[in-house]
Design a binder for this molecule. Structure first.
Ligand SMILES: Cc1cc2nc3c(=O)[nH]c(=O)nc-3n(C[C@H](O)[C@H](O)[C@H](O)COP(=O)(O)OP(=O)(O)OC[C@H]3O[C@@H](n4cnc5c(N)ncnc54)[C@H](O)[C@@H]3O)c2cc1C
Ligand code: FES
Length: 278
């Protein structure tokens, strides 16, 4: 069993948890993820390793409540435990001294971009971060991102924090000035698509972290397949990071929505059955 030793509500729909998993904490690196199950009947839920503490043996996960299982995770409290917690999975981020780098996080995607930005800073890069969310309530880890960034820009769609607008508005301004050597963007697929389309215009190499439907997380089931540069790739073993300029975004967006109707039915049934969360 993998015990939750700290729980923090970051917004009305986003919860951070430190989970005791020393073997994973020992060998994980930025960019990787875990797959957990709540209980014997639970489905396998992939979540990015948002932070880790090798000494304490903990892994930090950030969960945004979107459907049935993520709501159940968010409702769990300190002292409770997950039955399975498997990882680290996926390829780690390639951290080097690239010079000046751009780290973009959208919504819950700010959490996975944080350890990458921190590692890039430790490797000697000048880190410029742009974080955005629909509103202030969904904007997480502004202080943590500020601590490890040389420059931090904040946007919200409704203007409730930072600049009113989209992360791409800021990226365009920064790219116009030039001098950025590499970018990372993690967030909703639609955000990553538009960041990648924009940075392509500036020839700015951009890494994105894909979050397709996953089942086994080991490269066997094919559920997480994507098309990158015309080739089939599996996000769980080949990724989750890919060259954003080579991803077939429209195919990814279509595949993400395959189970939408079934997911809505599962949630409705659970709510009728008395599922309470947060
Ligand atoms: C590598 C990876 C890292 C991720 N990291 C995070 C993270 O750090 N924080 C976070 O909040 N979410 C993360 N996700 C997404 C998270 O796994 C889904 O939001 C979660 O599985 C939703 O489950 P649900 O039952 O609550 O939602 P449902 O109602 O079942 O589905 C809602 C939406 O969630 C997505 N989803 C559902 N099941 C899966 C699945 N097995 N694999 C991928 N996506 C799914 C689909 O887009 C679906 O439309 C990550 C996904 C992947 C693949
Ligand atoms: S999740 Fe099964 S192949 Fe990637």
């Amino acid at each position: 069993m993998y015990k939750i030793i700290r729980r923090e509500q970051l917004g009305s729909q986003i919860v951070a948890m430190d989970v005791f998993a020393p073997k994973i904490a020992k060998k994980c690196n930025p960019g990787q993820f875990i797959v957990l199950r709540i209980d014997e009947k639970g489905e396998r839920i992939p979540l990015t390793i948002a932070d880790f503490d090798r000494e304490k043996g903990t892994i930090t996960i950030i969960t945004q409540a979107v459907g049935y299982s993520s709501r159940k995770i968010c409702a769990m409290q300190e002292g409770e435990a997950f039955i399975d917690f498997v990882g680290p999975l996926g390829q780690a981020t390639e951290i080097e001294n690239y010079g000046k780098v751009l780290c973009v996080g959208g919504g819950a995607g700010i959490a996975p971009v944080y350890p990458i930005a921190r590692a890039l800073k430790e490797a000697g890069n000048k880190v410029i971060s742009v974080i955005g969310a629909r509103n202030k309530d969904l904007l997480i880890w502004k202080d943590k991102m500020g601590e490890i960034s040389d420059e931090l820009y904040v946007t919200t769609d409704d203007g409730s924090d930072g600049e009113k607008g989209l992360v791409t508005d800021v990226i365009k301004r920064l790219a116009d000035h030039g001098g950025i050597n590499k970018a990372w963007a993690i967030g909703p697929v639609i955000m990553m698509k538009f960041v990648a389309l924009l940075t392509k215009e500036y020839n700015l190499p951009t890494i994105v972290s894909m979050n397709p439907i996953m089942v086994d997380g080991t490269g066997m089931c094919g559920a997480c397949r994507l098309e990158v540069d015309g080739n089939v790739k599996f996000a769980c073993v080949d990724g989750p990071e890919f060259d954003g300029h080579k991803v077939n975004w429209d195919l990814s967006l279509r595949r993400m929505n395959i189970y939408k109707a079934k997911e809505a039915i599962a949630l409705e049934k659970a709510e009728k059955g008395g599922l309470k969360w947060l």
